[in-house]
Write a protein that binds this ligand. Structure first.
Ligand SMILES: [Zn+2]
Length: 301
């Protein structure tokens, strides 16, 4: 139980989107199933009394504005997951700026309050798209949580700091970056912050990593409402190859119980609670500037 260790609760982040649209075909409409899954997760969080940060996809918010209000009414932080779920490295800076603006304007119009945080689709702020941090700061975002400091085929910046960092940008602004939780061992960083890793690792291993990370920095956990839905692939109307179904569906049946075990043991908080220093007020942010910040200069396409 919390109290025996001196740590802040995990930062619980949830990317609210629809699997077929976000991961299979960006042109598909958002389905009712996405809203149903999000509402089930809201119920679970209410029962366990944990508040989270929900990065809501604009395309989903457009179809289900009432769901966005329910997320906010539940005490969760509503942040942006962009509009169309196209990876940033596939967009020009102008395209990204427009997608970002559309999502922020929409959420702010629905809620009547500012949206302060952002997460990129598929962790697509990589070394070649660090210019996105400048665009985020220019549009008034206070923080970003898109960088995964691991080496993966499609995403990740393996030498990015593992702790939250204030990034000084070459446009004179700065932004707070909250990388997804990773754990350094045996000479490399392991992605222990949730998603597939949380589905596939034994629950006790996931909690062991969480505890280890929390000894020195916030544990930024991420998941999606569809990961709590084990029947999705059996009931989808779009045809998905077996290999993809196995990779994306494996472990969904035990995801809810693992998630509940994690938050029962450690609790959970919103990202904005950390930004506003309501949790871990004496945490020392590191800072990236000079040559590191010049990496963040716009490269465009
Ligand atoms: Zn996503």
């Amino acid at each position: 139980m919390p109290g025996t260790l001196n740590y802040a609760p995990p930062v619980i982040t949830i990317d609210v989107e629809d699997w077929p649209q976000s991961s299979w075909d960006r042109d598909l409409p958002i389905t009712q199933r996405a809203a149903d899954n999000a509402r089930r997760l809201l119920d679970l969080l209410a029962r366990t009394r944990v508040q989270s940060t929900m990065f809501v996809l604009g395309k989903l918010a457009e179809r289900f504005p009432q769901l966005v209000r329910e997320i906010d009414a539940g005490g969760h932080e509503v942040a942006s997951h962009g509009f169309g779920h196209v990876e940033i490295f596939k967009q020009t800076r102008a395209e990204f700026a427009a997608d970002l603006r559309k999502s922020k304007d929409l959420l702010e119009q629905i809620l009547g309050k500012p949206v302060r945080g952002y997460r990129a689709p598929d962790f697509s702020i990589v070394r070649g798209s660090l210019w996105a941090l400048e665009e985020l700061a220019e549009q008034g975002f206070e923080y970003d949580s898109s960088i995964f400091p691991v080496k993966r085929p499609r995403y990740g910046i393996p030498d990015w700091p593992l702790s939250p960092t204030r990034v000084q940008l070459s446009n004179g602004k700065s932004i707070l970056e909250f990388p997804i939780a990773s754990y350094r061992a045996w000479g490399k960083n392991w992605p222990v912050g949730g998603g597939g890793y949380h589905r596939l690792l034994p629950g006790s291993a996931g909690r062991w990593f969480a505890r280890r990370v929390m000894q020195s920095r916030p544990f930024v956990f991420y998941c999606h409402p569809y990961e709590f839905d084990p029947r999705e692939f059996a009931e989808l109307s779009v045809k998905i190859p077996l290999k993809v179904r196995l990779h994306q569906g494996l472990g969904r049946g035990r995801f809810a119980s693992r998630f509940v075990n994690l938050i029962r043991q450690f609790g959970g908080c919103r990202m904005i609670d950390f930004v506003e220093q309501k949790v871990w007020p004496d945490f020392q942010l590191s800072s990236l500037s000079g040559s590191a910040a010049s990496v963040a200069a716009p490269v465009g396409k």
